[in-house]
Design a protein around this ligand. Sequence first.
Ligand SMILES: [Fe+2]
Length: 380
Amino acid sequence: MSQKVLEQISSDDLKNLFSEHSTKKIFLVTGKGSYVKSGAQNYIESSLEGYEYVRFSDFEQNPKLEDALRGLELIKASQCDMVLAIGGGSVIDMAKLINIFLANEHIDGLEIVQNSKLITKKGYYFIAIPTTAGTGSEATHFAVVYHNNKKYSVAHPFVLPDVVGLNSEFTFSQSPYLTACSGLDALSQAIESYWSTGANEESKGYAKQAITLLLEHLEPCVLSPSSAHRTAVMQGAYLAGKAINISKTTVAHAMSYAFTTYFSIPHGHAVFLTLPQFLIENYKVSDAKINDIRGNMYVKNTMLELYKILNVNSPLEAFHLLLNLTHTIRIETSFKTLGIGISDLDIILDSVNLERLKNNPIDFSKAELKSILLNCFNQE
Ligand SMILES: [Fe+2]
C-alpha cells in the first residue's frame, strides 16, 4: 500500500482531494478540546464548506473497542464515503479502526481485534492529518485498541491512511512539555527502529533521517519554538512513523507501558525513562544473547552506525547525549521525583510487552531487565 504525502496541507489541497474523489459526505474524526485549540476546527470548517459531514469525537485517549464500535454505528447510519481524521495518535487510530471495521463488517469487531489476518477489505479513502508531532500513526499500518484493559494492535496493510497531510501550524498551541513528550516518542521510535530485528535498508534510511532531524530541532522546538523547528520535528516524527511501519518498536517501548498505566506518565516521557540505557545495553551483544538472525557482527555494526548518526564515539557518550537532551528539555528522569519507588519496579517488569521485546536485537532475561531498571532508577 502506498501513501501520498501533502506537505503544508492547505484548505485548497483538501478541497481538491474531495473533488478528485467525487466525495459526497465526509466522516470526520477529531479530538474534543484539541480540535479547537490546535486550530483544526477553523481549518476544517473552511475546507468542508459546501460538503456534508458527520463528526465523531466522543471517545477518550487510547481508543477503546466499545468506542470504535459506537463510531462504526455512526458511520453506518451516516452514508459517508470518505474518512478524514485530524488529531493526535489516538484520533488517527480511532479513524483507522472505524474504517477497517466498516469495510469488514461481516466480521465481528472483537474478532478483527484478536486476529487482524481476518481483514480482507480496504475501507473508504482515508486522509489523516496529525496535530501532534510524535506518534507517527499517520504513517503506520497498525492501530492500537484496548479491550477489557488489554492492549491490542490491529495490523494490516489496509489500515494505512491513503493520504497524510502535514502542517506544523496545528502543533503551535502545544505546551513545551507536550512538545517534548511527543518529540521524544518520535526520537525513541526512530532509534528503536534502527536496531530492531525487523529493520531493513529502507527503514534504516527513514530512521536515520528522523534521528538527524529530531536531534537538531527538538531542543529548540521545545525551548524557543519557531515554525521552521516545528516543521522539522513534524517531518522527523512522520519519518520515524515510516520507519516503525516496517520495523516495529523494541525494548524501550516494551518497558514503557506500566509507567503510563500505573504512574500516568505520558507515553513519550515513559519510553525515554529507559531508552538511553539501552544505547549501552544493546551494544553488549553476544552469542548467548543474540536475537537477530543477521548475527552479532551485524548488530555491533548497527550500533556503531547509530553512534555515528548521533555524532558520538561510544555507547556511554550516546547514553549521556540522550540523558542530557531530556534534562535540557525539562523532562524529569528521577524515578523518585516521578513517584516511582523501588518496590514498584516489579510491577513494571510484570507489565513488559513481550511482543515488542521480541523485536529487540538481543535477548534480556527478567533478571537482566531488573538490573537495567535499577540502573535507570539510580540515575538522576
Ligand atoms: Fe511510541
